[in-house]
Design a protein around this ligand. Structure first.
Ligand SMILES: Nc1ncnc2c1ncn2[C@@H]1O[C@H](COP(=O)(O)OP(=O)(O)OP(=O)(O)O)[C@@H](O)[C@H]1O
Ligand SMILES: [Mg+2]
Length: 329
């Protein structure tokens, strides 16, 4: 990673108050992301992926830690500056319909996004909107359609066009293809990859499915109960998955087709996710881990270096001979 990344997240944490208890949604997460690259964020439902995305965008305030975007400390930024910066950081959701007004044509919705940020004249915005619709693979007549008239894949393309209309540097893609049919998923992911190359976009790509993340990601962080349990360059993570949780996620790729129901099924591969309101002692993965011993049940592992740029929070990553055993699996 370079010394001058587009995004630098340092030890951010976020707790929510739920039923009078503290819920640690994100715990001490750090990463850097270079311009033009993709960080994949994977983990089961409730692992904190969306919360982390919202913290980066400052749609949520973190309890502690720092976020630097393009060298500037977001926590020290005025509301005014942050508003301007919002253009540079966009988000694409799983359900694009939820962020589109049912009473506005999709063309107006894209134009409106530019108007809010005072970009161009009405005529130039219309021209750009038509051009963007075409770029994301939609016929220009679709600008006159309302969201309910479009398919899921078409809506996601509209969401992408709208995000692009602001010329962002960073796009957080929060499960952007999870609700789509498999064939459409592939098309949308290919589109995102092409657009990344064309506009030098930087992505945080969130998914519960490692296979989806693999295609786009340069680096992958695996979240479990709000913590990064493993992080590595994508090819390294696939070659040498080291945390037992990552191994479970990888095993499940081959077995699990990509549908919302299957998302639930994946969760139950090895027991249920513990409640984040009452996380297990020691290593929070220990109740589901085939290797857990007394040490794992009582002492929380810290992130250890597995290889250059590859970390895992597992007690088994301690001695070189352990590593060899793990990697031989
Ligand atoms: N506003 C909130 N108030 C209370 N708890 C919250 C809030 N937002 C998120 N949480 C909790 O924080 C944890 C992380 O949630 P988050 O939505 O970030 O997970 P996720 O990984 O995006 O899950 P999914 O795959 O289902 O989208 C969960 O336990 C969730 O219930
Ligand atoms: Mg989410």
């Amino acid at each position: 990673m370079s010394d001058n990344p587009l995004l630098r997240v340092e030890n951010i944490s976020k707790t929510f108050r739920v039923q009078g208890k503290k819920l640690h949604a994100i715990e001490n997460v750090s990463f850097t992301l270079e311009a033009g690259k993709t960080l994949g964020l994977v983990g089961e439902s409730g692992s904190g992926k969306s919360t982390l995305g919202r913290l980066v965008l400052r749609l949520l305030e973190s309890d502690k830690g720092k976020i630097f975007f393009d060298g500037a400390d977001l926590s020290k930024m005025s509301k005014e500056k942050l508003r301007a910066l919002r253009r540079d950081m966009q988000i694409i959701f799983q359900d694009p319909k939820a962020s589109l007004s049912p009473r506005m044509t999709v063309g107006d919705a894209i134009e409106d996004a530019m108007a809010i940020h005072k970009i161009g004249t009405k005529a130039s915005r219309r021209a750009r909107m038509t051009e963007l619709l075409e770029r994301v693979g939609l016929p220009s007549e679709i600008q006159y359609a309302y969201p309910h008239e479009l398919s899921g894949g078409q809506l996601q393309r509209v969401g992408i066009a709208r995000a692009l209309s602001l010329n962002p540097k960073l796009i957080i893609c929060d499960e952007p293809v999870s609700a789509l049919d498999v064939s459409i998923q592939v098309q949308v992911i290919q589109l995102l990859r092409d657009l990344q190359q064309e506009f030098n976009l930087t992505y945080i790509f969130i998914s519960h499915n490692l296979a989806v993340v693999e295609y786009l990601s340069d680096e992958i962080a695996v979240l479990y109960l709000g913590e990064v349990v493993e992080q590595a360059p994508a090819d390294e993570l696939f070659k040498t998955p080291t945390h037992p949780y990552t191994q479970v996620l990888l095993d499940s790729i081959l077995k699990i087709p990509e549908t919302p129901e299957m998302k639930q099924q994946m969760v139950s591969i090895q027991g249920e996710v513990p409640s984040p309101l009452n996380p297990p002692s020691g290593c929070t993965f220990h109740p589901r881990c085939p290797y857990a011993d007394d040490h794992c049940r009582s002492v929380k592992p810290v992130q250890s270096l597995v290889a250059d740029g590859h970390v895992a929070a597992c007690h088994r990553v301690k001695e070189p001979q352990d590593l060899l055993l793990l990697n031989a699996k």
